[in-house]
Design a protein around this ligand. Structure first.
Ligand SMILES: Cc1ncc(C[n+]2csc(CCOP(=O)(O)OP(=O)(O)O)c2C)c(N)n1
Length: 564
């Protein structure tokens, strides 16, 4: 219990009670009392000054995804608060636990169009799991406890707390903090119906051609070992959504690759041949399913899911199994028969061989012409033992990097999946490095997305976060250019980029940087980057008009996936 402390100090004490050790943010008038306390508490709570508030939310997301903890971002009212919104929306759709704190004008000015007043509660309502405006210091303790509980419990997500300036100044006679363990009428994890486990097990035991698609729920639920036990006992081939990537090692014999628009050939085509589709902690996003009218219509479907709102949302399910996948995958084990599906699994290998011949070999093992994105990833793989964290932005490089990077450890793939936010990677990368400092963090970014948050090089320099930045420079907004080539008769409307000298820019921020154009130099330059102790930027000039295949054209069926 603390006596005679300000609301601002109470905010700091709440963060310390929640084991927050770092927060990302940007100061301004309406949040200055809290910043003043941050100054006083700097030994216990480290503040990283980003160069833009969007960077603060993405950094908090990167931190949350690499550490498994709640990320915290803080900003002032008005433009500071609105600049957080893209990152909040990104965290909402990708289920990332983040608490955002915004300053607000004093309560007597609310609604008067005061200087830097925006209705951030109204603006952020559709993109937060919960939000709340504090106008009295006495509310701080309870609201922060709820905020952290809501952000991390059940299906995680972003929470925003807006706090008026007078509440920050107001003195509290006494302050006590209790972590929240329960909120009336908020059921973070639904109860599992034991019958659903039995029904699911029956279908799994009977199936001749079962197929698993797993998503981020496996990682968020810390259910990696339960998931491995499940697939190894049942012998079922399993494919990942982009956010599920890295939950199990790439080279596991039952890991058959990625589903979705730029996923692998076999998993997409065989979605429409399996007799049982088992979805684990994924949400049937349209980028995964393609046209719903022709998605796995022949199959029975089981959905292991924590969020009841996702069940039967896009795809009608035969057996929903509600609950945390860590528990449900464990609980179903005694009902399952040990099996293998050798012939069925080999079908995936047959499709892989076709994809290898038509797509993979040519780009992954390329040895003439301009550099390909895939061979850059191959050389990164050769130098990292599958143990580094990959952070990607949005576009062609994202699809290629996610498909080709080899992973041996979970929580190693950080990308903007649901929102597809260009500008995500650079700030998310230093957030990830701060969240897990022992691991190598490699950000692979397109020349377009890099320039959306390029100013965060300043944060990297100031915070000394040793991230490695690889810019795959094709001088195009590559993914949009690919669509223009395929669906708009090559009318490259505003997709060609005339770029600055990235190396000079990085050097302006005192970050070591190099540019590589030649295949013979690639391995040496990547090794030098990895061996360098501090942050490093490597610009790799790649083939200008490379395309990403496989591809399911928008609106088509998963089985219409194209290889060229
Ligand atoms: C904030 C934002 N604006 C626009 C888009 C649409 N968009 C998706 S991919 C892409 C091109 C990305 O280009 P680049 O960063 O150079 O990566 P590349 O595709 O070339 O690898 C664009 C413009 C987006 N995803 N996010």
């Amino acid at each position: 219990m603390f006596k005679n402390i300000s609301g601002a100090e109470a905010v700091i004490r709440c963060l310390i009670e929640e084991d927050v050790d770092v927060l990302f943010g940007y100061p301004g008038g309406a949040i200055m009392p809290v910043y003043d306390e941050l100054y006083k508490f700097q030994d216990q709570l480290h503040h990283i000054l980003t160069r833009h508030e969007q960077g603060a939310t993405h950094a908090a997301q990167g931190y949350a995804r690499s550490s498994g903890k709640v990320g915290v971002a803080i900003a002032t009212s008005g433009p500071g608060a609105t600049n957080l919104v893209t990152g909040i929306a990104d965290a909402q759709i990708d289920s990332t636990p983040v608490v955002c704190i915004t300053g607000q004008v004093s309560s007597n000015l609310l609604g008067s169009d005061a200087f830097q007043e925006t209705d951030i509660i109204g603006i952020s309502t559709p993109v937060t799991k919960w939000n709340y405006q504090i106008t009295k210091a006495s509310e701080i303790s309870e609201i922060f406890a709820k905020a952290f509980y809501i952000a991390k419990s059940g299906r995680p997500g972003p929470v925003l707390i807006d706090i008026t300036k007078d509440a920050q100044f107001e003195m509290l006679n006494s302050f006590e903090y209790q972590k929240c363990k329960k909120i009336r009428s908020y059921f973070s994890v639904p109860e599992t119906d034991p019958e659903s486990l039995k029904k699911a097990a029956e279908l799994i035991n009977e199936a001749k051609k079962p197929f698993i698609v797993w998503g981020q729920g496996v990682i968020l639920g810390n259910a990696e070992s339960e998931f491995l036990n499940f697939i190894e006992k049942t012998g079922i081939p399993a494919a990942w959504t982009i956010l599920g990537l890295s939950a199990i090692p790439t080279d596991h014999p039952l890991n058959v690759g990625m589903v979705g628009m730029h996923g692998n050939y076999g998993p997409n085509v065989l979605t429409n041949e399996c007799d049982l589709l088992i979805a684990v902690g994924m949400r049937f996003d349209d980028r995964v399913t393609g046209n719903l009218n022709s998605y796995a219509k022949q199959a029975k479907i089981i959905h292991f899911e924590i969020d009841p709102a996702e069940v039967n949302k896009n795809v009608a399910v035969d057996v929903p199994v509600l609950g945390n996948v860590k528990n449900t995958l464990h609980a179903i084990m005694p009902f399952l028969n040990k099996k293998n599906h050798t012939d069925w699994v080999s079908k995936f290998s047959e499709y892989y061989a076709v994809e290898f011949e038509k797509v993979i070999d040519g780009e992954y093992n390329k040895n003439d012409g301009g550099l390909s994105m895939a061979e850059v990833i191959r050389v990164i793989n050769d130098n990292t033992n599958g143990e580094s964290i990959l952070v990607t932005d949005v576009g062609q490089h994202q699809m290629v990097a996610c498909r080709y990077t080899k992973f041996n450890l979970s929580k190693s793939n950080i990308t903007s999946g649901g929102l597809g936010t260009m500008g995500f990677a650079l700030p998310a990368a230093f957030g990830a490095k701060i969240g897990d400092p022992k691991r190598e963090v490699i950000a692979v970014i397109g020349d377009g997305g890099f320039q959306m948050t390029i100013q965060e090089l300043g944060t990297i320099y100031q915070s000394k976060a040793a991230v490695k930045i690889v810019i795959l420079n094709n001088n195009f907004l590559g993914m949009v250019r690919q669509w223009q080539q395929m669906f708009f008769d090559k009318r490259y409307a505003s997709t060609e980029m005339v770029n600055p000298d990235f190396v000079t820019i990085a050097k302006g921020y005192f970050i070591k940087a190099k540019k590589v154009e030649k295949r013979e130099k690639l391995n040496e330059e990547i090794r030098e980057m990895i061996e360098h102790k501090g942050p490093y930027l490597l610009e790799v000039v790649i083939e200008k008009e490379d395309n990403v295949f496989p591809m399911i054209p928008s609106g088509s069926s998963v089985s219409d996936v194209r290889l060229e």
